[in-house]
Write a new protein. Sequence first.
Length: 104
Amino acid sequence: MTFAVIKTGGKQYIVQEGDELVVEKLVSDDKKITFDEVLLVADDATAKVGQPFVNGATVKASVVDEGKGEKKMVFRYKNKTRYKKKKGHRQPFTKVKIEKISAT
């Protein structure tokens, strides 16, 4: 069982082949994405740790879905001054399925 730690959108994710993952919005013309920023690749016997990235390691994925997440409310309030503001925000996301992890 091979797994990897990838970095995308300022976050790190542990992935295996076949996993579906929701990440920050990725801009891509086609439905295939390659993650080059691989921090760690490991299987049952060995592990390769990058400094900061593993040389030649890639994780290939396909785009399953794109959209916006749930609405998050931002509320600002100052007492005794009649000041209040309410604002909503929906973060765009990309849902990907991990196809292949290669360590070479």
